[in-house]
Design a protein around this ligand. Structure first.
Ligand code: ADP
Ligand code: MG
Length: 456
């Protein structure tokens, strides 16, 4: 990569953006010394340039560098005589190359919040997590590539960042995380700009960037696009990294076999290493995740088990939705003046998050609602002690359905119907059972209601 051409291009841009006085004073004697993974080293003539450029022109330089390279560099201004020191330091650095040290690797695109420490493990994701950790501990050596797949919201992206963060923390290896969409865009942009008349080769720059990493994390490979130059480019990148024993981690929403949009030669390569499927979380894991996320939200009050149980049972497998529900619940309780979180409060707070959209506490309430809607009476009435026929008859039907479609006991059903005596429930159930046998219309209504209620 030619840093001189890059810098002269950047200076050209600056010339158009600055007055000629500022440009001549601050930029005319500058030079780009080198770019490394995260820093751009700029040689300046005098100490005053260092201060002035970093105070006043950092943003404009960074922006222009980003426009030209697609990368965010930190700027380091150096005087020519400091250059010698810098060179010595580099030699030193090479000597200590193998000593683990913490690097603030800003260009890795890593999200520091996704780590192995805060990834909660259960049966459904145990294998994926263990595979990811062993790759993080031995990049390039054990399973290459590691192919993680599973539905949206199950933790694939989290695990990829966790691998990256772990490697950065424990070695000096260079890590790069991108989505396949970013990879594609980066490549398309570089290809387009190669004809801009300068002899700066953007595609070479692109290749350097991707082919010189130690760990490449490519997320959501299903979006790489059909047969295309980007796919071809990824194929070559893959081969070069793989030959060099550089670690590749790929994620996808489906297995390599089902990635029909990708060419056979790529799919085959994806099966060379290890494939790990993440399954939807089981109930116990959902509860564990909910509990930990509540603590992570700095919410210290004890949340009753029934609330956790209710959330775990009613929110689907997508962990992102579990997180959303926790945020909402905690916010709701704060807005309500720090009210204690009870089951009722949770139902109210999560009305919109719960897929049934209603947020009933249990199946008895669900049946009460459906029967009330059918007979066009209110749920208050169906639970009341009112004896008029237009209410008591639907109430008996609802009691019958509760007994037949749930595993609830007579006393429990009685409580949910306004605290009646449980013999009243027994009587109602028996009455409806007998009537169905002789009344075809009623039998039809009951059938229809059962369908509406569905699997409870
Ligand atoms: P995917 O990439 O599979 O769609 P993500 O990794 O983006 O899913 O996960 C969605 C959200 O759920 C993220 O905020 C992530 O931190 C969280 N998450 C998923 N699985 C877990 C887990 N096992 N432990 C903790 N957080 C998780
Ligand atoms: Mg993801």
């Amino acid at each position: 990569m030619n840093v001189d051409v890059l810098w002269s291009k950047l200076l050209e841009n600056l010339k158009t953006e600055l007055t000629s006085l500022s440009y001549d004073t601050w930029f005319s004697d500058t030079k780009l010394y080198k770019l490394d993974n995260e820093k751009a080293y700029i040689i300046v003539p005098m100490a005053i340039h260092k201060k002035h450029l970093s105070n006043n022109y950092s943003d404009i330089i960074k922006n222009n560098l980003n426009i030209l390279t697609g990368t965010n560099y930190e700027l380091v201004f150096i005087l020519s005589d400091e250059l010698e020191d810098e060179k010595n330091k580099e030699e030193e650095k090479e000597l200590y190359e193998n000593t683990p040290k913490k690097v603030e690797n800003i260009n890795s695109n890593l999200n520091k919040n996704y780590t192995f420490d805060n990834f909660i493990v259960g049966n459904s994701n145990k294998f994926a997590q263990a595979s990811a950790l062993s790759v993080a501990e031995n990049p390039g050596l054990l399973y290459n590539p590691l192919f993680l797949y599973g539905n949206s919201g199950l933790g694939k992206t989290h695990l990829m960042h966790a691998i990256g963060n772990y490697v950065v923390e424990h070695s000096n290896k260079c890590v790069l995380y991108v989505t396949s969409e970013q990879f594609r865009q980066d490549f398309v942009k570089a290809s387009r700009r190669d004809d801009d008349g300068t002899n700066f080769n953007y595609v070479d720059f692109f290749k350097d960037k991707y082919r010189n990493v130690d760990v490449l994390l490519i997320d959501d490979i299903q979006f790489l696009g059909g047969a295309s130059k980007s796919q071809d480019e990824f194929f070559h990148t893959f081969n070069i990294l793989h030959n060099d024993n550089k670690q590749i981690v790929i994620s996808s929403d489906r297995s390599p076999d089902d990635l029909k949009i990708l060419e056979e030669r790529l799919r085959t390569r994806f099966t060379w290493g290890l494939q790990a499927n993440i399954y939807p979380p089981e109930l116990a894991l959902k509860k564990e995740i909910l509990k930990k996320k509540i603590v992570a939200n700095d919410f210290n009050d004890d949340i009753p088990d029934e609330v956790i149980e209710y959330m775990a049972n009613n929110i689907g497998p997508d962990v992102r939705k579990l997180e959303g529900a926790v945020t909402r619940l905690v916010a709701y309780s704060t807005i309500m003046g720090g009210e204690k979180i009870t089951l009722d409060l949770a139902i109210e707070a999560l009305k919109d998050n719960i897929s049934k959209g209603i947020g009933e506490k249990n199946n008895i309430q669900r049946i009460q609602r459906i029967v009330s809607e059918y007979f066009q009476i209110s749920t208050e009435d169906i639970r009341s002690k009112k004896r008029s026929a237009n209410i008591s008859f639907p109430r008996q039907i609802a009691m019958y359905l509760c007994r037949n479609m749930t595993t609830e006991s007579f006393p429990k059903i009685a409580i949910e119907f306004g605290g009646k005596d449980h013999t009243t429930v027994m009587y109602s159930v028996e009455k409806i059972e007998n009537e169905i046998k002789i009344n075809k219309d009623l039998a039809n209504i009951i059938e229809k209601l059962k369908k509406d209620i569905g699997g409870v």
